[in-house]
Write a protein that binds this ligand. Structure first.
Ligand code: ADP
Ligand code: MG
Length: 322
C-alpha cells in the first residue's frame, strides 16, 4: 500500500542524499560504467541519476516500484554473499511514495520505456526513445509528507551530505565513472579507470592523491588494501575514513578505531588520517545490522580483523620511514 511505502520511506529515505545513495547503488547493481548525478536546490528541486547499465524491460518496470517484489536478496545474510547492494526491494517504492518520479529506461536492443509514478500512484507507462540504461528523475521530494520536509536541514547541509555520499560511492567503485552536478555546476567527476588514488585526488586535491600511502595486509580470512594519507597531508583534526567491505561502503566503529590506532601508534601524535580501505572477505563472516539505511556492520572475527588492520596501517607507515 501507499501508506506502507511511506512508512518504509521514513526508514530508507531520510534526506536527498539517501535517494542518491539508493539510485547510484541500483545503477552499480545494473553494471553501469558511467553514472551521472544531477541535482538542483540541494535535492529539493530535482534529483536525477543517469546510468548506462542494463536497463529494465518494459514489463518489469511497474514491478520495480512494488515493495519487496524484486528483492535481490533473500535474507540479511545474503546481503554480502551476493555482489549486489540492493536491500529488499524497498528503495524505488519508498522514493516513489514520497515524490514525483519519472523513469526512462531501455535494455539492450529494445525500445525504451517512460514510466511516471507520483505519490505511489502510477500515472503512465509509455514507449520512449532511449539508449541502453536508466534515467530516473525525482522531483517534489516529500511533497505529501510535510513533516519529513520540515525535518530537512539547510540547503548547505543537505548539499554537503550529497557531496559526501557521491564521494564515498566513487571511492568504493573506482572503476565506475561517477559525476555530480549541482545547480548546473559540476562538483565532482571520477574517471572510472580503476585508480583509487585518482579518485582521492579528485576529492582532496592532487597533492593528497599523490601522497597517499598504500596499505596492504592479509590473513586466511581477510585481505586489506587501500590508501592512507601521509601525515603532513592530513587536513582535518578528525579522521576521514571510507571503509568498504567487498567494495560495499559500510560503517564500523571498531574498524575505524583500529585504523586510527595503527596510525597514531606509529606516529605517536594526535593526528588523524584520511584513508580509503577495502576489506575482502568471505561473506559468511559478515553479520550485518539489518537496518536498511544504516551501514554499521558486525563481523564474526572482528577482533582479529581489527588487529590486522591496525598492524597493516602501522607497517605501511613504517615502510615509508615515517
Ligand atoms: P533492490 O535494489 O533491493 O532490488 P530497489 O527498489 O532499489 O530494490 O530496485 C528495484 C528493482 O528495480 C531492482 O531490483 C532492479 O531490478 C530494478 N532497478 C532499479 N534501478 C535500476 C537501474 N538503475 N538499472 C537497472 N535496474 C534497476
Ligand atoms: Mg536498490
Amino acid at each position: 500500500s501507499i501508506l506502507a511505502n511511506q512508512i518504509a520511506a521514513g526508514e530508507v529515505i531520510e534526506r536527498p542524499s539517501s535517494i542518491v545513495k539508493e539510485l547510484v547503488e541500483n545503477a552499480l547493481d545494473a553494471h553501469s560504467h558511467r553514472i551521472d548525478v544531477v541535482v538542483t536546490e540541494a535535492g529539493l528541486g530535482s534529483i536525477r541519476v543517469i546510468d548506462d547499465g542494463d536497463g529494465i524491460a518494459r514489463s518489469d518496470v511497474p514491478m520495480a516500484f512494488k515493495r519487496h517484489a524484486t528483492s535481490k536478496i533473500e535474507s540479511a545474510r545474503d546481503l554480502f554473499r551476493v555482489q549486489t547492494m540492493g536491500f529488499r526491494g524497498e528503495a524505488l517504492p519508498s522514493i516513489a511514495s514520497v515524490a514525483d518520479v519519472i523513469m526512462t529506461t531501455a535494455t539492450k536492443g529494445q525500445e525504451g520505456t517512460a514510466y511516471h509514478i507520483r505519490g505511489g500512484v502510477e500515472k503512465s507507462l509509455k514507449p520512449a526513445i532511449a539508449r541502453q540504461g536508466t534515467d530516473i528523475l525525482v522531483t517534489e521530494l516529500f511533497y505529501n509528507t510535510p513533516a519529513r520536509l520540515k525535518y530537512l536541514k539547510s540547503p548547505k547541509t543537505e548539499l554537503s551530505h550529497l557531496v559526501d555520499i557521491v564521494n564515498r560511492l566513487a571511492l568504493a567503485n573506482p572503476d565506475v565513472a561517477i559525476s555530480f552536478t549541482h545547480d548546473g555546476r559540476e562538483m565532482f567527476r571520477s574517471a572510472g579507470n580503476g585508480r583509487l588514488q585518482q579518485v582521492i585526488a579528485a576529492i582532496d586535491g592532487v597533492n593528497v592523491g599523490r601522497g597517499m600511502i598504500p596499505v596492504q595486509g592479509e590473513n586466511p580470512d581477510f585481505r586489506i588494501s587501500g590508501y592512507i594519507s601521509r601525515p603532513e597531508l592530513t587536513r582535518a583534526q578528525r579522521s576521514h575514513i571510507t571503509l568498504t567491505i567487498n567494495h560495499r561502503y559500510v560503517r564500523s566503529y571498531a574498524l575505524t578505531k583500529a585504523i586510527i590506532a595503527g596510525y597514531q601508534s606509529k606516529l605517536m601524535v594526535g593526528r588523524f588520517p584520511l584513508a580509503v580501505i577495502n576489506i575482502d572477505l568471505d561473506p559468511v563472516l559478515v553479520d550485518v545490522n539489518v537496518h536498511p539505511a544504516k551501514r554499521e556492520v558486525r563481523l564474526s572475527k572482528e577482533d582479529q580483523l581489527a588487529s590486522l588492520l591496525e598492524q597493516a596501517v602501522y607497517h605501511s607507515l613504517a615502510n615509508q620511514n615515517l
